[in-house]
Structures are given as structure tokens and as C-alpha cells.
Design a protein around this ligand. Structure first.
Ligand code: F3S
Length: 412
């Protein structure tokens, strides 16, 4: 790799041990992928902020780096945390778990990291521009940044993110290169898809089919909303390893099909048709429970926008959650505050709905969910369904939010 003078200085350890190790890691990574050089990045979305999924030695590694006085030199935002710091006790977390969370958050903040605790930082102003190089983790945010914003990032790990946040660099490979961003398979959507739930299902089906290719969608209307794009991307990245996609006439790198593929011809064996039949079959394959079994309904994977919270208020329509059932909405602290200012929070609370902020239920320890008597989770997110079953050993009902809410609420 060709390094600049400044990068050579870091690599030689002339700016200290921590920066030397960070640069060594990035150079090693770059060499693995035959990167020609380092490139500057403008932000990092850091996935090591959740004490449940981050292992004990990784947590120690983060805290050790912070204890040296090291600082991030580009804006670095935290992904979700392990608990909602406003009601961790009431929710059933122990003091020990809270202290673990606080120690990791303090270490991150001491390095000048921003404690935004969300997997949807683009909803609260952390929005990279088209063509900007970034080093983000969290698959739903990575695919949104690549496909919808036109920013450029690979799916980073805790260690590469720390190294990039400290040095402001990442190796020039993968989705930073134009040639890897071109569409490689074509997906013809042969039915009208509307609403976040149906886009989750479409994404899950296509991700399973195309694996780690870069799909080019046709047949999706230009009226697709931001929240639907978020749902589509989150699901594509769950069932497959999709990190980037194009929708002709919608996403910024795909004004035409030719732009999306970079002029490369896509053969019929790389073309898939998706209709109502595939979407219905996918929905059935994810769901494993019935409406009467629901213990808790969880919406907000990825974290909700204020528009989505308003939609849940409208669906609830003054009804209350039945005794023995629960409903949780997941959002960032910022969006929760916004919901309070708008009066939505108060309406939801009256109906028995909780807004959990800064967290993700799929990252709660399975033992905590079992301890709360929760066996069946209902959600409208394909990603949350998969993680709930795999991470927490629970049963999942995957369905449209209106149907779920109708099943767990009393009449007005
Ligand atoms: Fe976010 Fe958790 Fe879903 S991190 S994307 S709410 S699984």
C-alpha cells in the first residue's frame, strides 16, 4: 500500500503506541484486500456500545484505549446501548449491568464519542453526503448509507471502527470503490408493495435469494418513503449479506438501469422476478406463532422515526393494551423527546405503550425476557424476528403492525 508521510509517521509509532497499533490494523486489513492506499473518512458509527453483545475482552480493549487519553479525530456515534438509562431498574436490569453499561459509555465519551445510542443515526442529523467515505457498523445503517444516501462504507467491526475513529482513515477497498458499487443482479418487483412491513418481507426474500450481490430493483415506485427504504435495507442485510443496492429511478446512483449496473450486462440467470406469491410465502416462513399467544409486541427495528411513532398513535386510536400483554416502541433518545414534545408519548403511555429509547430488545439478555414471562414476541420487522429467535430463544409472530395491535388491545 502506498502510504502518505503522515500515515508512515503513525505506523512507525512516532505519535504513540495506540495510533501505531491502529494504523497497523488498518494497513493489515488493506493488504488482505489489496487496497492501494488509505482514504480519509468523515464519520464512524460504532457498534461496540452495547454491553450485552460486546464481549468482556472487547470491552476491556475499548476501556484500555480510552484510559491512555486517546481521542477520536472524526465524529464517532454510538450504536444502540444495552439498556434504556431512564428506566433500567424498573425494566429488570441489575446494578451490576447498569455499572457495566455506564463504564463502557464513559470510556467511549472520554474519547470524544457521541452517545447517540441509535441504529438509525441518519434520523437525528448524522447524515453523510453522497460520495462521502465513512466507516460505519450496524448492517441496517450501513446499507442505508450506501444505497439511499450514496455514501461509501464497508461493514466495519468494533476494532476497525476504533482504528478509523482514532486515525480518520480506512483502507480503499470494497464499497469505497466505484467498481464494487455497481449492480450485479436484477430484481423485477412484479407486484405493488406498500408499507414498511411489506418492504421488510420483500427485502428478506431478496436477501435470501441474492446473498451478497448488489441488487438492482425495478418495479418499485418513486413514491417509496424513507421509512420503507429503511425497512427494505434492514431486511436485505439480514437474510443475505447485502450491503448495497439500487432502485432504478429512486436511489442516487441509479437514475437509470445502465447507471446502476455501470453499463455491465446482466444476464437472465442473474434476473429474478418477485411477486405476491413469493412475498406471502416469505412472510409465512418467518412467523411461528399465533396472535393469541403474543406476550409483547415490539416495533422499531430499525429505530423509529417520528412519523412512524405518529402512525402507531393513529393505529392505537385511543385503545389500551390488554392486561398481560405489552407493547414497546424502540427509538433514539432524540426521537423519544420529540414524541414527548408532540404529545405522542403521553397518548401512548395512557394506552399502556412504552417507548424504549437507545436500546434494542433483540440485545436484551434472553434470561431477562424469560424472567419477565415473555415467550412470544410479535413484530413487523423481519430482522427483529430473526434475532429474537436466534439470540433469545423466543418464539416470534411476524405480521403487520395493525393486525398485531388489534390483537393485543381492548376496544375503545
Ligand atoms: Fe436496530 Fe436492533 Fe434492529 S440494533 S436494526 S433495532 S435488531
Amino acid at each position: 500500500m502506498k502510504l502518505t508521510k503522515e500515515e508512515e509517521i503513525l505506523l512507525e509509532g512516532k505519535k504513540g503506541y495506540v495510533l501505531q497499533k491502529a494504523m497497523e490494523l488498518l494497513v493489515g486489513l488493506g493488504e488482505c484486500f489489496s487496497a492501494d492506499k488509505m482514504i480519509p473518512i468523515s464519520s464512524v458509527l460504532f457498534i461496540g456500545s452495547d454491553t450485552q453483545s460486546t464481549g468482556k475482552y472487547t470491552k476491556k480493549y475499548i476501556k484500555d484505549i480510552a484510559s491512555t487519553g486517546a481521542k477520536f479525530i472524526v465524529p464517532t456515534f454510538s450504536d444502540i446501548g444495552a439498556m434504556d438509562i431512564c428506566d433500567w431498574k424498573e425494566f429488570g436490569f441489575s446494578l451490576e449491568q447498569y455499572e457495566d453499561h455506564k463504564a463502557l459509555s464513559d470510556a467511549f465519551a472520554n474519547m470524544d464519542g457521541f452517545l447517540c445510542f441509535t441504529c438509525a443515526p441518519y434520523l437525528i442529523g448524522h447524515t453523510p453526503r453522497m460520495g462521502e467515505h465513512i466507516a460505519w457498523g450496524e448492517s441496517s445503517a450501513v446499507i442505508y448509507a450506501n444505497a439511499v444516501l450514496g455514501a461509501r462504507t464497508n461493514q466495519e467491526s468494533v476494532f476497525t471502527q476504533l482504528a478509523s475513529a482514532l486515525t480518520g482513515k480506512t483502507p480503499n477497498y470494497g464499497y469505497h470503490l466505484v467498481e464494487n458499487r455497481r449492480g450485479t443482479v436484477k430484481v423485477i418487483v412484479d407486484t405493488v408493495v406498500r408499507g414498511c412491513f411489506n418492504y421488510h418481507t420483500l427485502g428478506f426474500h431478496v436477501g435470501k435469494t441474492v446473498r451478497d450481490e448488489v441488487p438492482i430493483f425495478t418495479g418499485i415506485p418513486a413514491s417509496i418513503t424513507r421509512d420503507e427504504l429503511v425497512s427494505l435495507g434492514a431486511a436485505l442485510a439480514t437474510s443475505g449479506g447485502v450491503t448495497h443496492y439500487h432502485i432504478v429511478g429512486v436511489t442516487p446512483e441509479a437514475p437509470t438501469e445502465k447507471n446502476a449496473s455501470g453499463g455491465n450486462k446482466i444476464t437472465s440467470s442473474y434476473t429474478y422476478k418477485v411477486g405476491e406469491r413469493e412475498i406471502n410465502a416469505t412472510q409465512e416462513s418467518i412467523s411461528n406463532a399465533t396472535f393469541k399467544d403474543i406476550d409483547v409486541a415490539v416495533f422499531g427495528c430499525p429505530h423509529l422515526s417520528i412519523e412512524q411513532i405518529k402512525k402507531y398513535v393513529e393505529i392505537l386510536n385511543g385503545r389500551k393494551i390488554k392486561t398481560g400483554k405489552e407493547m414497546w416502541l424502540q427509538a433514539s433518545h432524540v426521537v423519544k423527546q420529540y414524541a414527548k414534545d408532540m404529545g405522542y408519548f403521553q397518548i401512548l403511555k395512557k394506552g399502556g405503550v412504552k417507548i424504549l429509547s437507545g436500546v434494542c430488545s433483540a440485545c436484551f439478555p434472553g434470561s431477562l425476557m424469560h424472567q419477565k414471562g415473555i415467550k412470544v414476541v410479535a413484530t413487523d420487522s423481519a430482522k427483529l424476528s430473526v434475532y429474537t429467535v436466534e439470540n433469545q430463544n423466543l418464539i416470534c409472530l411476524y405480521a403487520d403492525s395493525k393486525e398485531i395491535i388489534d390483537a393485543i388491545t381492548t376496544d375503545v
